[in-house]
Design a protein around this ligand. Structure first.
Ligand SMILES: Cc1cc2nc3c(=O)[nH]c(=O)nc-3n(C[C@H](O)[C@H](O)[C@H](O)COP(=O)(O)OP(=O)(O)OC[C@H]3O[C@@H](n4cnc5c(N)ncnc54)[C@H](O)[C@@H]3O)c2cc1C
Length: 539
């Protein structure tokens, strides 16, 4: 099947959906998404969106907090613009129907999170992402010019110079795997937007859902787009410890690595981190204690676990009024109970887990990538807002801001774009056959995610990175063989992509000969002024 559209958006999180809504008055917009539309990182967001909305707060403070977290690598003009636009973008979401939590005087109930010097996080209880996706999807479904295809996975971008050598390097759409029909379709577009989110699944332990396999990043890199700052992976300090096994109340298995995020807001409301012997440990680590930037908290937890040989540390908010805890964190409270823990009556076991990719496809403030016809927004992109470390709740903000800026750019540019006179060939399956060795995929998946966790995790060293580099090269060769010889499946596509993203993280980490922000290397423990530069990679 061949589908022609003005704009192809890959991904149905906050970035892709908000962009689609803004384009639908003028263009035919096609959204493809690889599972049900709600299955996104956005859906699982708990804490909220950062914006200056109180009279005691100001833009300079939000800008400064963002720059401080970013450890010298933020692009200041990007930070300035997004921070200043945040209140407008929040009001727009509200006008579309998003209901953020309010106090009895109808003012927003602003949450406090790590690294923020003010309360400035709007939230919808502890299920902000559910509320955003619900409203955005309803809006998308009500707009005639938007066509939504679920269970459609982009495989690779279509490039003009691959079809006709000598042509300019330009993206013309994507080849897409339709899971339900087990077919590959051609989606041709005047502009293609990658809004595929993050890549937490590259690591064994992650707060991200299964869709976060870095497909957009991998596709863009293969197509020749420039990647930026891939070494800066944020590990959320507090995910519920899950060694694998049964979720007691639900009476169902929870596989190892599948974990549940305990929002930073729990620490924001007074949660204390303790060793397994019940002694607090953050006081000696940082003046902000539990609310120190995430990398510092995650490293402190990692240090305590490794030093004591413990599998987890404890998070305790049971000294707070149980009614307040239940009302403020209804979802966290319910999920903890599912796993057999009660937030209100004692500490719960927590571990850090891969959470957010600060790096990604390098873009301008309009969402333009280095490849003509290709745009990227949301977590898949790297705009320079986060630098070497993301400030909590700045990512939903960045995603919605970039949707806004990319919409303006496309409205301006698309009418003047000339159509290429080029016939796009159908996908060529070659001599690929169905595999009877699916175990190879599972084996490679496990291997990559485990060595990324052990060697390219919170604390790195040259030796560990080199080990990871050797392994990823071998595995990539094996996967390449497999990829061309066997028929496409969702698992195979994702494996190929996580291998690519893993390699990008390893290569970027090896390039940085210092420790900065989220990247900590035992062989270069200091931050070095001459290394204060973005890491760029091109295929
Ligand atoms: C548990 C959790 C809590 C969080 N809490 C917060 C918070 O409180 N505040 C905050 O600012 N940030 C938070 N974040 C981060 C934030 O949610 C994400 O950065 C943000 O939602 C990313 O939005 P996005 O639109 O870029 O991508 P996503 O919401 O992840 O959407 C990506 C979409 O792309 C689709 N996709 C991927 N690959 C393909 C492909 N090959 N073909 C077709 N479709 C594809 C996916 O199916 C999905 O629909 C949290 C993240 C997690 C996981």
């Amino acid at each position: 099947m061949k589908i022609k559209t003005d704009i192809l958006i890959i991904g149905s999180g906050i970035a892709g959906l908000s962009l689609a809504v803004k384009l639908a008055d003028q263009f035919e917009v096609t959204i493809i998404t690889k599972r049900e539309a709600v299955e996104t990182n956005t859906w699982y967001a708990q804490g909220g969106i950062a914006a200056v909305l109180s009279s005691v707060d100001n833009f300079n403070s939000h800008v400064q907090d963002t720059l401080t977290a970013g450890a010298g690598l933020c692009r200041p003009q990007v930070v300035e613009k997004i921070v200043r636009d945040a209140p407008r973008l929040i009001e727009e979401l509200v006008s579309w129907g998003v209901q953020f939590s309010r106090q009895s005087n109808n003012q927003y109930d602003l949450g406090r999170e790590g690294g923020h010097s003010q309360r400035r996080v709007v939230h919808a209880g502890d299920m902000t992402g559910n509320e955003l996706e619900r409203v955005l999807l309803d809006k998308v479904k009500s707009l005639q010019k938007i066509h939504l295809f679920e269970f459609h996975s982009a495989i690779d971008l279509i490039l003009a110079d691959k079809i006709r050598p000598g042509e300019e390097k330009k993206c013309l759409g994507a080849y897409v795997y339709d899971k339900n029909r087990d077919e590959i379709h051609t989606f041709e577009a005047k502009a293609t937007v990658i809004a595929t989110g993050g890549a937490g699944k590259v690591y064994l332990y992650t707060s991200n859902p299964d869709v976060a396999t870095g497909d957009g990043m991998a596709m863009a890199f293969r197509a020749g787009a420039r990647m930026m700052n891939m070494e800066f992976v944020q590990f959320h300090p507090t995910c519920l410890y899950n060694p694998g096994g049964w979720a007691l109340a639900a009476n169902r298995p929870i596989p190892e690595g599948k974990t549940f995020l305990i929002s930073e807001a729990v620490r924001g409301e007074g949660g204390i981190l303790k060793r397994t012997d019940n002694t607090p440990f953050m006081e000696k680590v940082h003046p902000l204690k539990e609310l120190a930037p995430r990398d510092i908290v995650a490293r402190a937890i990692d240090f305590e676990m490794k030093r004591r040989g413990d599998r987890y540390v404890l998070l305790d908010i049971s000294h707070k009024d149980p009614a307040f805890v239940r009302q403020r964190f209804p979802n966290i409270d319910a999920t903890c109970k599912l796993y057999g823990f009660d937030l209100t009556s004692g500490p719960i076991p927590v571990v850090p887990a891969a959470h957010y990719f600060c790096g990604g496809i390098e873009t301008s403030l309009e969402g333009r990538t280095s490849l003509e016809g290709l745009y990227a927004i949301g977590e898949a992109a790297s705009t320079g807002l986060h630098g070497a470390n993301r400030l909590a709740s700045n990512s939903l903000l960045e995603a919605v801001a970039m949707g806004d800026y990319a919409a303006k750019e496309l409205k301006n540019k698309l009418p003047r774009m000339k159509q290429m006179d080029l016939a796009i060939p159908d996908w060529d399956p070659g001599s690929a056959v169905s595999t009877d060795e699916a175990v190879v995929i599972t084996q490679n998946w496990d291997e990559i995610r485990r060595f990324m966790w052990n060697y390219v995790g919170i604390v790195r060293s040259n030796k560990r990175l080199k080990r990871a580099q050797t392994r990823i090269k071998l595995l990539k060769e094996e996967i390449k063989d497999y990829y061309w010889n066997f028929k496409i499946s969702s698992d195979l596509l994702e494996l190929r992509n996580i291998a690519q993203v893993a390699e990008l993280v390893i290569e970027s980490a090896l390039k940085r000969q210092e420790s900065r922000g989220l990247h900590y290397n035992l062989d270069y423990p200091e931050t070095v002024e001459s290394e204060k530069k973005e890491t760029l990679l091109v295929s």
